[in-house]
Design a protein around this ligand. Sequence first.
Ligand code: BGC
Length: 252
Amino acid sequence: MVVLGIDIGGSGIKAAPVDIDTGRLVAPRHRIVTPSPAEPDAVAGVVVDLVRHFDWHGPVGCTFPGVVKAGHTLTAANLGEPWVGLDVDALLTARCACPVTLMNDADAAGLAEVRFGAGAGRSGVVLLLTLGTGIGSALFHDGVLVPNTELGHLQLRGKDAEQRAAARVRDEKKLTWKQYAELVNEYLALVERALWPDLIIIGGGVSAKAERWFHLLHTRAELLPAALANNAGIVGAALWTEWRPDRRMSDE
Ligand code: BGC
């Protein structure tokens, strides 16, 4: 089965049709710059453009950088207040004239990694952390997702951890890899004190440069870079159309 996966991010909105049995993209990815301000109507317009680009009429899985419950966006730390409380499943389904299923972006990346990437076949507690504009998290036990964990908002020295250790901080403060690794180590220690994962997968653009700085990271758990890089969100969003528990239950 092929599903159109769409990944809404702070700088770009990316899409590709995904074979959900293999996790492979069946056509090249297409990216459109995120409108600024990223208001719901403007972002929905880009999602419609992407659906049209692929001449798509089937199911769509879509990510969102905030808490998503039953298709409603409940927070939007990096996209803005107008998103809070919206039924985005309904909005996008109406605008695209295709059934759209929304999920948190890090949860999507985690699903894809656990199914096809660095966490494939792994049991126990697996935690994916995405280091980007913010910090996203996806927590799994024996392959089952606990959605919306939001570990980027744990407090680290009096601030949201994502304001101390997201990849954006490295860019803004022009930190060396060593300086950035120290911040990430502090964050990983905080997370490990609370969760004791067996495997931590680090995603986001900085994971593509793992050879430059992963040797500076220290964790109790095994630590791996994400395997699917830029496509994890698209692939995971497509998978979610099949897995979303409230949809599955209401279908039965
Ligand atoms: C949001 C998360 C999201 C993460 C990465 C955080 O600010 O609260 O929901 O997964 O950024 O985009």
